[in-house]
Design a protein around this ligand. Structure first.
Ligand SMILES: [Zn+2]
Length: 322
């Protein structure tokens, strides 16, 4: 295939206004920012909407395609030659996201495509993503912060009486057998937290909008070396807890199965607010199916050969774990 060299010298987006360029660069940077990675604008190529970011030793070069007509089926569109050239030169993975700009008389409507997929891809660099979530510390540091305590997570599914007097199924947490008064638990986030390390909006308002209940920060959940870290501003008495990953997953997956079975059998409400419905149950079932199939590394915390600790270090068992 012969490629017209002139094609490589022009910006495939054509002329953009100053605003359009600013929006495009902001959206191009957003997948990196969502992963706490500092993005860089790349100016030395003819294309003006290149954003670069790296996670671990992997580099990504993102081209933001700017379009002016909504067409869902179009996806992000093909990879332009200028991106391939630039990515090769920078030894980076070429990726495309699309920003669609729709002008109407009174407003500008911006919509995007490909950003969530790129965020998900960045997070597959598991070790590097874990390091970001651990904020410069190691899981061993957190173990010391927790005063060498491995806690036991409990999830209680119980009957409660709603404000309208009806019986409903309620879910609450215990840590080391002490009940956590947390408000409404987002069950999807809870199940999801058994999968990849990430930030999860575990607590929410009964309407499904965390901000409405004054929840402004997600929980950080990191699975590393057989342990699961919880870091959450709303946790008491301290903001950090460690669990054994195996116990964490088994407790949540087991109790959520019980929740679904009782909900279906007894035809109960949930106390999870108006947003929870029949559809909610099948979404929960899908979420469970996903994390159960996920190949999360669940190592035996006493199998030191699989761990990289010095001096044959062993985690102690959590209280109450046989
Ligand atoms: Zn609310």
């Amino acid at each position: 295939m012969v490629i017209d060299p002139k094609l490589r010298l022009s910006d495939p987006n054509g002329e953009l206004t100053e605003d359009e360029l600013k929006w495009a660069l902001n959206y191009g940077a957003s997948p990196f920012r969502r992963c706490h990675i500092e993005p860089t604008r790349i100016n030395r190529f003819p294309c003006k909407t290149f954003v670069h970011g790296r996670i671990g030793d992997k580099r990504y070069l993102v081209y933001v395609r700017v379009t002016h007509e909504e067409n869902e089926e179009q996806g992000t569109g093909p990879i332009p030659l200028c991106l391939l050239d630039a990515a090769r030169e920078m030894n980076a993975e070429p990726r495309v996201v699309r920003l669609n700009i729709e002008y109407s008389t009174h407003y500008v409507n911006l919509s995007t495509c490909g950003i969530d997929a790129l965020v998900a891809e960045l997070k597959t660099s598991r070790e590097a993503w874990n390091r970001i979530l651990l904020k410069g510390k190691t899981i061993e540091d957190y173990y010391r912060i927790c005063r060498k305590k491995i806690s036991l997570l409990g999830l209680n599914v119980s009957l409660a009486t709603g404000y309208d007097g009806k019986q409903l199924l309620s879910v609450d947490f215990t840590i080391d057998h002490v009940k956590l008064s947390t408000g409404t638990i987002d069950l999807w986030a809870l199940i999801g937290s058994c999968g990849i390390s990430d930030e999860y909006w575990m607590l929410t308002c009964s309407c499904g909008e965390p901000g409405c209940a004054g929840i402004e920060l997600p929980f950080t959940v990191v699975h590393d070396k057989g342990l699961t870290l919880w870091r959450g501003y709303y946790l008491r008495p301290r903001k950090v807890f460690l669990f054994e990953t195996k116990q964490y997953r088994e407790e949540i997956i087991g109790k959520m199965k019980e929740f679904i079975a009782r909900y279906k059998r007894d035809n109960l409400g949930t106390g999870l607010g108006v947003y929870f419905s029949e559809e909610g149950i099948s979404t929960l079932e899908n979420a469970l199916w996903n994390v159960e199939g996920e190949k999360t590394e669940v190592v035996d915390i006493n199998d030191t050969e699989k761990l990289s600790f010095r001096h044959g270090f062993k985690w102690p068992k959590a209280d109450g774990v046989a």
